[in-house]
Design a binder for this molecule. Sequence first.
Ligand SMILES: N[C@@H](CCC(=O)N[C@@H](CS)C(=O)NCC(=O)O)C(=O)O
Length: 209
Amino acid sequence: MIKVHHLNNSRSHRVLWLLEELGVPYEIVAYKRDLMTRLAPPELKKIHPLGKSPVITDGDLVVAESGAIIEYLTKTYGKGKFWPADKSPNWIEHTHWMHFAEGSAMLPFLMALYVGMLGDNGAPLRPRIESEISNHLSYMEGTIAKHDFFAGKEFTAADIQMSFILEVADTSGRLKDFPNLTGLLKRLRERPAYKRAVEKGGPLELTRR
Ligand SMILES: N[C@@H](CCC(=O)N[C@@H](CS)C(=O)NCC(=O)O)C(=O)O
């Protein structure tokens, strides 16, 4: 049985959501963030040395990093669903968005979070961080203006991977100038599998910075 080591209000929501979309049975092992630091509890390090979520176990196999988990689950259990075949028309676009989420888009949001903790001392960095957030969101907006989902006309695993960026942008009030992204997030949240993931794993209540 697949076990999802699930931290509340975290990227592991996307793993629960994918498993719900695939209809694959799984078990949730729940961890709670420290209320003050928002960090994961130390028990998560017993599963994987980084001590971060998501991490899954499938028998003896341990997989960390949401992109890797999503690829593993889709390719192992998806029977071709949500993952364009190699060399198919949307394959490389799909690969691009799978990497873009954590490799590019998250960085300025994380910088905004940490620099925000510096108060006025962080002021010199803020214009550059905000322009990078806007740069990434504008690029994403242009894509969704052309087709309904990140990798084309169909919903794919890349939409699940990219959804966390949309959630973070929405929570911090940065999505309001991007109608196509706002519309996509609404459509994603309406998917029955997304709702089941929230029922089982709890709502996504992210930090606002
Ligand atoms: N790039 C990693 C990031 C993992 C990550 O930073 N997870 C956060 C939750 S969203 C976490 O575990 N934070 C708690 C901590 O660092 O203690 C992924 O996509 O899986």
